[in-house]
Ligand binder design. Structure first.
Ligand SMILES: Nc1ncnc2c1ncn2[C@@H]1O[C@H](COP(=O)(O)OP(=O)(O)O)[C@@H](O)[C@H]1O
Ligand SMILES: [Mg+2]
Length: 331
């Protein structure tokens, strides 16, 4: 690429995040002055590795992303965050990191190429000459596969101009053109159909292949998208990590880890339901009852029995539990 960058590893250890307890909660009798949103978060993001951050809505995915990216302007952060082996200094980190917010905000009156150029001229160092900047803009447009629409007007969402998926890729291009070593993305595939999500993920993959460090929060992904990630950070409600590590081939590392957990396989029913979960995890794209039902035909738990195991399951894979609940309702 026209501009060099330094590959950087982000390592975080025992990260805690607190906020002052909101007034409404105190009025409802929550006496503690501080509310803990993240607890004992440890993990690493590596160059050339695509990391997924998953967990139910409200688990703390965006909060963790914001804490790591240094976007929290209030609250209290404890623990260590190291960038390339050194404690994070926000002023320098801001120059080598990018953040794609969940909502895509762009100027409707300019073209795709102009949007990327504007970002390049605003965010790249003034010492870089215009020719190099223009070259880099072209490279970014190619990497994100936006050549076909580079002269199209951005337009207004839902009215004219770019589709939702193209807008998401423009958001990514606008960040990439600042030449970051580390990119944070909040739910880049949420609200997209399977095909559009796959296009966005291909663009993300293209960036990772340049040796950059990327972490994305994802919500209820299809199995294809889930398995396009190299590593997984799984959060449960309350901002606690329940898995942090490699995915393995066809999620094998994740599956092995949960299957080996002591105390998890407490009863025949949980094993059966658990098994249903793994099957579902492998087959999220083909959501149908045939997949689930055979998993517990030997026991046939009733709806209320099924509900009993919900808390156990939700401790581990709340996203999938939601799908199971949904499937149950469909039944
Ligand atoms: N500033 C804040 N004050 C109090 N609670 C907050 C604040 N920010 C987030 N929360 C709470 O923290 C939890 C995690 O939020 P968030 O990180 O947005 O979840 P996710 O992105 O996983 O859906 C939620 O329960 C949310 O209501
Ligand atoms: Mg969020």
């Amino acid at each position: 690429m026209a501009l060099p960058f330094t590959p950087l590893t982000v390592v975080f250890e025992d990260v805690q995040y607190f906020v002052d307890t909101p007034m409404e909660m105190r009025e409802r009798g929550f006496t503690s002055p501080r509310l803990q949103l993240l607890s004992d978060i440890t993990g690493a993001l590596s160059p050339g590795v695509l990391t997924a951050m998953m967990g139910v809505s409200g688990a703390g995915k965006t909060t963790l992303l914001d804490v790591l990216a240094g976007r929290k302007t209030s609250g209290y952060i404890e623990g260590q965050i190291k960038i390339g082996g050194y404690p994070k200094v926000q002023e320098t980190f801001a120059r080598v990191s990018g953040y794609c917010e969940q909502t895509d905000i762009h100027s409707p009156q300019i073209t795709v190429e102009e949007s990327v150029m504007f970002s390049a001229w605003m965010r790249l160092s003034p010492e870089i000459d215009s020719k190099t900047k223009a070259e880099f803009v072209n490279e970014v447009i190619e990497t994100i596969e936006l050549e076909g629409v580079k002269d199209a007007l951005v337009g207004i969402p839902g009215v004219n101009g770019l589709s939702t998926e193209q807008r998401k890729r423009l958001t990514i291009a606008v960040e990439l053109v600042a030449n970051p070593s580390v990119i944070f993305m909040d739910e880049p595939t949420t609200g997209l159909d399977a095909r559009s999500a796959a296009i966005v993920m291909r663009a993300v993959k293209n960036i990772v292949d340049t040796g950059r460090t990327i972490v994305c929060t994802i919500h209820q992904p299809s199995i294809d998208i889930f398995e396009s990630f190299d590593e997984l950070i799984l959060l449960k409600a309350g901002g606690r990590i329940i898995y942090s590590g490699p995915m393995g081939h066809h999620s094998s590392s994740v599956i092995e880890y949960f299957e080996e957990l002591k105390g998890f396989q407490t009863s025949k029913e949980t094993i059966i339901l658990q098994h249903g979960c793994w099957k579902l995890l492998r087959n999220l794209q083909r959501l149908n009852l045939e997949l689930i039902l055979p998993c517990y035909t030997s026991n046939q738990p009733s709806s209320s029995e099924f509900q009993k195991f919900m808390p156990v399951l939700s401790l581990y894979l709340s996203d999938i539990t939601q799908i199971l609940t949904w499937l149950l309702l469909q039944n």
